[in-house]
Design a protein around this ligand. Sequence first.
Ligand SMILES: [Zn+2]
Length: 232
Amino acid sequence: MTRARYLLACAGWMLFLPGVIRNCEWFGRIQKSLPTRSRELLLTIDDGPDPRQTPQVLDALAQAQVRAVFFVIGKNVEAHPALCRRMVEDGHSVQNHTYSHSLATFWLAGPGRAADEIQRCSAAIQDATGRRPVRFRAPVGMANPFVHLAAEERGLGVMGWSATGHDGIAQDPIRVIQRIRQQARPGGIVLLHESHLRGMHGGERACTLSELVNTLKADGYTFTDRLDAGTH
Ligand SMILES: [Zn+2]
């Protein structure tokens, strides 16, 4: 390998290595908590809307009187705009989680694809709800410098998380709740999922959500719907 090729290969690794590290901030800030010392949490729910899960999840949130942030997938919004509208009507926040949610390749996205995925998702949300998102979350938190730039150019702050029960793949609600409880801190951002494709099925997600909220409330936590809670 020539020296030039070696340097090029190193530069490539430097560029895309952070893409496979979740919530990596090498190339841009990622909001992983709220600036507060009070026992407030932000509940975020990814990968919807999903007609098999979203209605029960929204019912569970209404019953618990908790507002959440939904990071939605643009193509799902186009397929189920009424569910996305209900999220907003119920008082929740709807934010950008790419148009197609390509787990395998999004972290490799070049500037054109990164911009397209983010733009199309924001357009789908605006068409369905009349509101423009202000936050972006990459699929499984894997991004790269082009993704950060594309989000920032569209006025989107990148949001990660600080507590996850791995419910996107896990089947056991008790373990999911235990993991999140152990990671809960003042100002924490909790990650949950609502897709039927991976992890829990049917009404399990809604039941897990209700149980998690009750557990965290018993631990003295409240839930905020302000993306910048603690700064005012
Ligand atoms: Zn996702």
